[in-house]
Design a protein around this ligand. Structure first.
Ligand SMILES: Nc1ncnc2c1ncn2[C@@H]1O[C@H](COP(=O)(O)OP(=O)(O)OP(=O)(O)O)[C@@H](O)[C@H]1O
Ligand SMILES: [Mg+2]
Length: 301
């Protein structure tokens, strides 16, 4: 997610799609290919993603007019970028819809309800999952962190069973819809997802450097597998517990202050589990997402 720019410069307050007004309530994020807004449409709250490639607006290649429409002055090279990002944007909606139509996983993925072409760009409308993504939570207990990570690991496992890899497992990509008695987690970002069979042929992956395993960062497609997502699950949990990225510090010793009240046996079970899952060599990371989920819960018994 981009934070290196003055977002206000690109903010708009309302949009007109098919002669209907969409009120922009809040700008949630500016990723590599889109602005993500919380909006009001027909008296209901939704999430709206607007195709707006990173880099082009900063170079003043694309800009808005007073109605919010996107205007271009695209050179050949920018046209190429626009088309590539547009394809990624459309593919992301396609993958989301594929999973939302699959009864095995439809309850744990965001729901796309529309795609519009207007204002010189594309818009995708989603049900607003009422809640915050996991990166916005603070002050959770160690037990809560482990339980949430275990639930996310179960979701990732269910997605693996459909033949897809998530490839960008990180806290901000999971939104938690919590009521007093229960909570429900959903995956909202499908940009990086690839079919397991196709991943092995790839040499470039779009992933977050904080949680991605070495084989993704180094583009070694032949080594990529379900265990790549399991690495990211563990790296995500490490970041939630310690507040720093495992990929930056590469040491599990930072965990110790957070588990000092645990018995020696439980401490070593946890550390050994993370050591195995965060091993740079994927062949030694021999654990599925569901096994990882179960082993996390076992720690709490
Ligand atoms: N359907 C949804 N309901 C509620 N919140 C959502 C929904 N979709 C996205 N969000 C919120 O918007 C944020 C950004 O969405 P998303 O992850 O799709 O794009 P991005 O973060 O810009 O992409 P990237 O992760 O590649 O930087 C999420 O972290 C989440 O907080
Ligand atoms: Mg995201």
């Amino acid at each position: 997610m981009r934070t290196d720019m003055n977002l206000c410069a690109y903010e708009i307050h309302s949009l007109s799609i098919k002669n209907e007004q969409i009120k922009i309530k809040e700008l949630l994020a500016y990723g590599t290919n889109a602005f993500v807004y919380k909006v009001e449409y027909r008296d209901r709250s939704y999430i709206l993603k607007e195709l707006f490639p990173e880099g082009l607006s900063e170079q003043r290649v694309i800009k808005r007019d007073s109605t919010g429409a996107v205007l271009y002055r695209l050179r050949i090279i920018d046209k190429f970028k626009w088309q590539r990002v547009k394809l990624q944007f459309l593919l992301s909606i396609y993958k989301n819809r594929l999973l939302q139509r699959n009864l095995a996983v439809n309850d744990c993925v965001s729901q796309n309800v529309g795609l519009f072409r207007t204002n010189g760009t594309l818009y995708a409308l989603y049900e607003n999952i009422r809640g915050k993504d996991w990166s916005c939570y603070a002050g959770e207990s160690l037990e809560e962190l482990i339980i949430r990570c275990s639930k996310i690991a179960e979701i990732v496992y269910r997605i693996h069973r459909t033949g897809w890899l998530v490839m960008d497992v990180k806290a901000s990509n999971f939104v938690i819809n919590a009521t007093e008695s229960e909570e429900h987690i959903q995956l909202v970002d499908f940009d990086s997802m690839v079919r397991l069979s196709f991943a092995r042929k790839k040499s470039k992956f779009y992933c977050s450097s904080e949680t991605a395993p070495p084989e993704l960062l180094e583009g070694r497609g032949r080594d990529v597998g379900v265990n790549s997502d399991v690495y990211s699950l563990a790296a995500m949990l490490f970041k939630k517990i310690c507040g720093v990225s495992y990929n930056e510090c590469k040491t599990l010793s930072l965990l110790m202050p957070f588990i000092e009240n645990w018995s020696k046996e439980r401490q070593s079970k946890f550390v050994n589990l993370l050591k195995m899952v965060l091993c740079p060599d994927i062949t030694r990371r021999d654990i599925s997402a569901i096994e990882f989920s179960r082993k996390l819960l076992e720690l709490l018994r």
